[in-house]
Ligand binder design. Structure first.
Ligand SMILES: [Zn+2]
Length: 406
């Protein structure tokens, strides 16, 4: 072995880990594990969730009538009896997990496993890990997403926000990217149209027809969606963005980006975008608007960039391609909100993440979209910035006749 000269560049450390990477390797990142949940008794689990939701396992609001009191505790049933209305309730009554079949501890363990994915956690993997049916984990994960959708993806941001739109083409979008829509051959007319005698008042000028326009929009697949993201820059330097809001739209137009910006940004905001003309109106709508031309630079010397928004796009790309494998357009917004939450929770420890998730997801009341899923009550619309749009599920149509294989 030859001796390495002393002035040779050192191989290790290759580079100093900073930001999120440094945090994930630090001791602060992991303060809670499945074993900590395993140690809880049935009663301890109820107490854990009660303290999480209400800050107390003695006094709480009744989900039926709202009375806040130290309700009667029924030890055997692990339920309370309301002092006001006399009805009983458990720790999950009136939340997205109402009428659950799973034991509370198992539910928490699956939720904890779901939380620990960096970009997401496939329902099939959860099924294999926890030996429950696919529908159970699928609805459980979607109830968490619904909680995030209604509890997390709300509220106005202020300060400096970055905004961007990203292509999300639904199923198999990479194969369809920039490919034409279904092309139907047009039958050739017997006499070319420009040789026909014009009808009266059909225009003074007769000549060859103008060539068809081959715009970019004509080539987009019909199921293409645009994922609009708005991220608020943090005030602590080098910590990145701190709050994320998303919306799914049919197109990145002035109407849709303005609708999203007005929903989530205060008029005192300063908004940073790329040079897309859809954002041109922001100059008049908000206190400040700067655009960075990506053909010139990704970040200007004065710090103008929308790289935090691009960072979200990248995590969403990983989720859509590597974990959820082309989520359908119907649930695209749900997955996008999940990614937004994961992006914002990236600096929380494992225990903090589980608590933060349950607090938000269990704070929105009963599930609107996933109660009765197994009985066939499915959501019938996809949620867009333009408004809800009817969407059909992937399953069989109602009343479809079963195919006889022979
Ligand atoms: Zn009550």
């Amino acid at each position: 072995m030859s001796a390495v000269p002393s002035d040779a560049p050192k191989l290790f450390p290759l580079r100093r880990r900073t930001g999120t990477a440094a945090f994930h390797l630090s001791r602060d990142a992991v303060d809670f594990g499945v074993e900590d949940l395993e140690r809880l008794t049935e009663l301890g689990t109820v107490r854990f969730v009660a303290r999480l939701l209400w800050g107390s396992d003695v006094e709480m609001p009744c989900p039926h009538c709202g009375t806040i009191d130290a309700h009667y505790w029924r030890r055997k049933e692990l339920r309370w009896k309301c002092r006001g209305c006399g009805k009983t309730f458990s720790v999950t009554s009136g939340t997205v997990f109402a009428d659950r079949k799973l034991p509370l501890k198992k539910l928490l363990k699956i939720a904890f496993s779901w939380v620990n994915g960096a970009s997401g956690k496939p329902a099939l993997q959860l099924r294999r890990d926890w030996n429950v049916s696919y529908a159970t984990v699928f609805t459980l994960a979607h109830k968490l997403r619904e909680g995030l959708m209604r509890g997390f993806n709300t509220g106005v941001l202020c300060g400096v926000q970055e905004m961007d739109g990203m292509d999300a083409n639904g199923r198999r979008y990479r194969e369809k990217r920039n490919r034409p829509q279904v092309v139907r051959p047009t039958p050739k007319p017997k006499i070319p149209a420009h040789l026909l005698k014009p009808e009266d008042g059909a225009g003074a000028f007769v000549g060859p027809p103008s060539p068809p326009k081959h715009g970019k929009t004509a080539r987009q697949p019909k199921d293409r969606r645009i994922l609009l993201v708005m991220r608020q820059r943090g005030v602590v330097p080098k910590r990145g963005a701190m709050a994320t809001r998303i919306g799914v739209a049919l197109a990145e137009t002035a109407t849709t980006v303005t609708a999203l910006a007005r929903r989530f940004a205060s008029s005192e905001s300063r908004i940073l975008t790329d040079e897309d003309p859809a954002y041109a109106r922001f100059d008049r709508l908000f206190a400040g608007h700067e655009a960075v031309s990506h053909s010139v630079a990704y970040s200007l010397p004065d710090g103008t960039s929308n790289n935090q928004a691009e960072s979200y796009n990248w995590r969403m790309r990983r989720a859509a391609e590597g974990i959820y494998l082309s989520p359908s357009n119907k649930y695209l917004a749900d997955y996008a909100v999940e990614t937004a939450w994961r992006e914002d929770a990236r600096h929380l420890s494992t225990g903090q993440k589980l608590r933060a998730l349950l607090r938000v997801a269990m704070g929105v009341g009963l599930s609107r979209w996933w109660r009765g899923y197994r009985q066939g009550r499915h959501r019938t619309f996809e949620m867009l910035v333009e408004g809800p749009r009817e969407a059909r599920g992937r399953g069989k149509r109602k009343g479809a006749k079963p195919k006889v294989p022979y």
